[in-house]
Design a protein around this ligand. Structure first.
Ligand code: ZN
Length: 148
């Protein structure tokens, strides 16, 4: 597979809406693996496909020993609110407080196209929400809390 490169603001791709994945083949699996490699290399905890220039609804997450890849993710249920600091590989040098749902129920597909459904809480839920925002062209800097 070709090597993918991380894109950063103000690349206009980061503001576009990604499309659903409809073909679940070896190339998709390779893209997902490539995304994991880049996320790990960049020491990130999550990555959306658009961050490597692919406008498809794919996210990967790696946090405290848990790894997750989700295709076409959708949030089914949200509970509670929590605030914490976020940063983004595509927004170098910035960080700030963002309010997120504390507990989410998410469905989607794995890279084989099989349906998956799961609950995530706290920081893991935060990462999933941050990455899912990327799929709709939304960045964490759009949602910063102003404490000044
Ligand atoms: Zn991000």
């Amino acid at each position: 597979m070709s090597s993918l490169n991380l894109i950063t603001i103000p690349n206009p791709l980061l503001r576009q809406k990604a499309v659903n994945v409809t073909v679940f083949d070896d190339k998709l699996e390779a893209r997902v693996n490539n995304m994991f490699d880049i996320m790990i290399e960049q020491q990130g905890v999550g990555l959306a496909a658009v961050q490597v220039g692919i406008l498809e609804r794919i996210i990967v997450v790696r946090y405290e020993g848990s790894e997750l890849s989700l295709i076409n993710p959708e949030i089914l249920n949200r509970e509670g609110k929590t605030i914490d600091v976020e940063a983004c590989l595509s927004v170098p040098g910035r960080q700030g407080y963002v309010v997120r749902d504390k507990c989410i129920r998410v469905k989607g597909q794995n890279f084989k196209g099989e349906p998956v459904e799961m609950e995530q809480t706290d920081f893991m839920a935060r990462i999933v929400q941050h990455e899912m925002d990327h799929l709709d062209g939304i960045l964490f800097i759009d949602k910063l809390e102003d404490f000044s």
